[in-house]
Write a protein that binds this ligand. Structure first.
Ligand code: HEM
Length: 478
């Protein structure tokens, strides 16, 4: 009897497999026939080989995106740096690529960049490995975890602001200084307290890596890329020393390194040292320039609007007094509940500056969107800045107006941290860091921007021209 049941069961499975195989082939064939009939999105592919790269890079790239949107609408094709691309400018289209049909669009980065960060970093992956790493990173950057490092962030902020004020008569490059701040906060969230000699070594080599990230990728000795490649190797060595020390001392830790070290998959496998190192570098990389850029913009926006600055100052002074003239540390709940105006300033800075103007994916199959074909292998770029600067969603979009956030934005129209499976897990830490920086800055310091006050520079994120040269001093000594 058992044998007959097994035989019948086997036949059913075989039959289903054969039917599914033919159905799949039919779907594929019909899909192919259907997609062969679909038109490509409107737009121009430019010149042979170079496409529209010159048009894009000879002007502010955002002007290129906006003029195309005006001409063609929410979806258009182009050809940039050897890649056929489809650009998308509407909230629905961005959601389609990043959320609802995310499985049809994979992350895509040039190999030369992957090698500098580390190929096992989560943002290069999809599927099980990505999910496993993402859970770990997300957990160590969740509100529950970062509420414990508010004081650590305050110490870093206080020390860096003091260092600016100590050189009162020197003009500093605000963006470069903000990068020091976001680097130290990144290190704190990844390692907790890290010995100074390790931090110095990491900083030195990491700096060389970031310089090479956007340079021409060649392995000729002495070039910026090759130097970055060598510095990345040294970083692996330093990180593996830190990892061994933690393992030896059996130090757990609620920081990211602790979570990565403790992680086991369902088969009980732990992560390799390379996987751990690539993800630590990846997080640092994702955290540093982004947060530094937004902090620099926020300072500029506040500087340009004295009335708003006074409102923010009053709000922060109230918290300062509540903390006994700043002698008690800031609490997580104060950053959440006692800083409504400052929180809106942060959101509006994220919208206005839209420092991640767009992201990239690659279509893994032919995909239909609103009657157009997005061919397999084409790059797909949701343009976040176009969404944030569309007057349909944000009235008078060029105006810096934090009060617009008194009402929640329409769904999917505010995506400074992306959306879907790869959305930024560091968004709460970034916002916390900016709030702590503003709190200390406006309650104890004053600053003036030096020289030309307008203009944007790309490096590659947009920052105020020349990194916002400025002078800082302690309020009492003004
Ligand atoms: C204002 C600052 C920041 C902005 C605007 C920002 C923005 C973004 C965006 C738009 C993405 C999604 C990219 C995509 O879908 O292709 C992203 C991903 C990511 N961000 Fe951030 N980020 C910021 C700060 C941070 C910080 C502070 C950390 C960590 C401490 C961080 C860690 C990451 C990581 C690890 C990913 C990749 C997630 C994944 O692939 O699953 N970011 N970020």
């Amino acid at each position: 009897m058992e044998k007959i049941e097994t035989f019948v069961g086997g036949m059913i499975i075989l039959f289903s497999a054969v039917v599914s195989y033919f159905l799949m082939r039919r779907d594929k064939r019909e899909g192919k026939q259907k997609s062969a009939k679909l038109p490509l999105p409107p737009g121009s592919m430019g010149w042979p080989y170079i496409g529209e790269s010159l048009q894009l890079y000879s002007q502010d790239p955002n002007l290129f995106f906006f003029s195309k949107q005006k001409r063609y609408g929410e979806i258009f094709k182009t050809h940039i740096l050897g890649c056929a691309c489809v650009m998308l400018t509407s909230p629905e289209a961005a959601r389609f690529v990043l959320v609802t049909k995310a499985h049809l669009f994979k992350p895509t980065y040039p190999k030369c960049k992957e090698n500098l960060i580390g190929p096992s970093a989560l943002f290069f992956h999809q599927g099980e490995y990505h999910l496993r790493l993402r859970k770990l990173v997300q957990c160590s950057l969740s509100p529950d975890s970062i509420r414990n490092i508010v004081q650590g962030i305050e110490d870093i902020v206080a020390s860096i602001l003091d260092s600016w004020a100590a050189q009162k008569d020197t003009v500093i490059n605000t963006f470069d200084e903000m990068k020091k701040l976001s680097f130290d906060v990144g290190i704190l969230s990844i390692f907790g307290q890290l010995e100074a000699h390790y931090k110095e070594k990491l900083k030195k080599n990491y700096c060389i890596v970031t310089k090479g990230y956007n340079s021409f990728p060649t392995m000729i000795p002495g070039t910026t890329y090759k130097n970055a490649f060598l510095a990345r190797k040294r970083l692996s060595k330093i990180l593996s020393e830190i990892i061994s020390e933690r393992k030896e001392k059996k130090l757990g830790g609620k920081d990211l390194l602790g979570s990565l070290l403790n992680s086991k998959d369902e088969k009980g496998e732990i992560l390799t040292d390379d996987q751990i190192a690539d993800n630590m570098i990846g997080v640092l990389f994702a955290a540093q320039d982004t947060t530094a850029s937004i902090m620099t913009w926020t300072l500029k926006y506040l500087h340009d609007d004295p009335k708003l600055l006074e409102l923010v100052k009053a709000e922060q002074k109230a918290v300062y007094e509540l903390n006994n003239g700043g002698t008690r540390p800031l609490s997580w709940s104060q950053t959440r509940n006692h800083m409504p105006t400052t929180n809106k300033v942060v959101l509006e800075s994220l919208r206005m500056a839209s420092i991640i103007s767009f992201t990239f994916r690659e279509a893994v199959a032919d995909v239909e969107y609103k009657g157009y074909l997005i061919p397999k292998g084409w790059k797909v770029m949701p343009l976040f800045r176009n969404i944030h600067h569309n007057p349909e969603f944000f009235k008078d979009p060029q105006k810096f107006d934090p009060s617009r956030f008194e009402v929640a934005p329409k769904p999917n129209t505010f995506v400074p941290f992306g959306s879907g499976l790869h959305a930024c897990p560091g968004n709460e830490l970034a916002k916390l860091e900016i709030l702590v920086m503003i709190h200390h800055l406006v309650t104890k310091f004053r600053w003036e921007v030096v020289g030309s006050q307008s203009g944007i520079q790309y490096g590659p994120f947009p920052i105020p021209l020349h990194g916002l040269p400025a002078r800082f001093w302690k309020e009492s000594s003004s």
